[in-house]
Design a binder for this molecule. Structure first.
Ligand code: HEC
Length: 347
């Protein structure tokens, strides 16, 4: 296995004649009307999302599961430092069930190439994503072959404001636990009612941060800490203090739905509550745009500053997938006039 370090892979496509204008001002947007980003002038970052199977926060830190556990813990190495150039090959192991996957889906892609562009001005961040349409594989264990019949795709983006332990090193893995929905240590449905402080009425445990729990078991079963939620007053203090992962999500159903929220004790998402998306299928590509205030002032939104870089992560659910059956990025950096695999340019 090849290990690459600090590979920054940004590609300029200034020659690209494609201009994605118009239609980026979704309903509910309070942004200055009429601004159109000239995407042809924005450099394109390329990354490869991969199928992560059941690799969790607990899995990445356990040597018997993960070859990189020791360096991750002892040296502070980040996922991208070892893996950013080989995610397509990694995905093949989980998607086929060779590693960390108990229910492989026949025909599912091992990886999905994602193109990312970012621009900003005095008060708004603009992003544009594109990725190839899925192979339309059916899921044998889902009704009608689809886990989420309403949405062909979903695209999620996570921002780390710098206060969450290990998030700068591991991106989304700080929030993905062994006892979440469809994960190996997921609690039985009957046990869920015992949880205090989180909403388990949907029948599973969502993403959460270690900071929101009094204890997390990394190696001993049951791995995770879903039921060890801190008292509400402590959670409120963490949210106020900026200890959360900021989340924004596009769902392709109903002509496009924008969701915004955060992860702390659980995943919180509300429609039209911050980031506004539009998305459409353009030939064999999905093209999704997002606009978001740099500083919205909303609880659970990272206040973005000019000249700074932020750890970000991306996930795509293709072919009506749901829950953990998605493709994800390793940790990446979004620089607003600062260094990062994704360089947001001022327009
Ligand atoms: C110091 C380097 C290093 C770091 C840092 C590291 N890994 Fe790994 N990772 C490895 C090695 C080595 C393997 C085992 C590869 C093999 O068996 O061929 C591995 C395997 C994996 C696999 C299984 C797929 C495969 O190719 O075997 C996944 C998934 C994975 N790592 C995810 C992560 C994530 C997520 C992070 C960050 C939280 C991370 N790794 C950090 C070195 C690293």
């Amino acid at each position: 296995m090849m290990i690459y370090r600090s590979a920054l892979k940004t590609l300029s496509v200034a020659a690209c004649a494609l201009v994605f204008g118009g239609g980026i001002w979704g309903a509910g947007s309070a942004l200055a009307a009429g601004k159109t980003i000239d995407w042809a002038k924005v450099p394109e970052a390329k990354t490869v999302l991969f199928y992560p199977g059941q690799t969790s926060y607990e899995w990445i830190q356990t040597g018997t599961d993960h070859g990189g556990a020791r360096s991750f813990l002892k040296k502070g190495d980040n996922c991208a430092g070892c893996h950013s150039e080989e995610t397509a090959d990694m995905g093949k192991k989980m998607v086929s069930g060779q590693k960390a996957e108990t229910t492989p889906i026949p025909g599912k892609r091992a990886s999905v190439p994602l193109s990312i562009k970012a621009a900003y001005d005095a008060d708004t961040l603009y992003m544009r994503f594109s990725f190839p349409v899925g192979p339309h594989n059916a899921v044998p264990f889902a009704a009608g072959g689809m886990m989420d019949a309403d949405n062909e795709i979903k695209l999620a983006m996570m921002f780390d404001g710098g206060k969450v332990d290990k998030a700068a090193q591991s991106g989304c893995w700080a929030s993905c636990h062994n006892d979440a929905r469809d994960m190996p240590s997921a609690p039985k449905k009957e046990a869920l009612a015992a949880a205090k402080g989180i909403d388990t009425s949907h029948g599973y445990v969502t993403k959460y941060l270690p900071e929101s729990r009094t204890a997390i078991s990394v190696k001993e079963e049951p791995r995770g800490g879903w039921d060890k939620v801190k008292p509400q007053a402590e959670l409120d203090a963490l949210l106020k203090d900026g200890t959360f992962l900021d989340l924004a999500r596009f769902k392709s159903g109903k002509g496009g739905v924008s969701e915004d929220g955060y992860i702390l004790a659980e995943r919180v998402l509300k429609e039209n509550a911050g980031a506004i998306f539009t998305g459409k299928k353009d030939g064999d590509q999905w093209v999704v745009t997002m606009t978001r205030k740099l500083k919205s002032g909303l609880p659970g939104d990272v206040a973005l500053e000019d000249g700074k870089a932020y750890t970000v992560g991306f996930a795509v659910h293709d072919d009506h997938a749901a829950g953990r059956f998605h493709h994800v990025s390793v940790d990446m950096r979004l620089g607003l006039g600062a260094e990062g695999e994704i360089k947001a340019v001022k327009q």
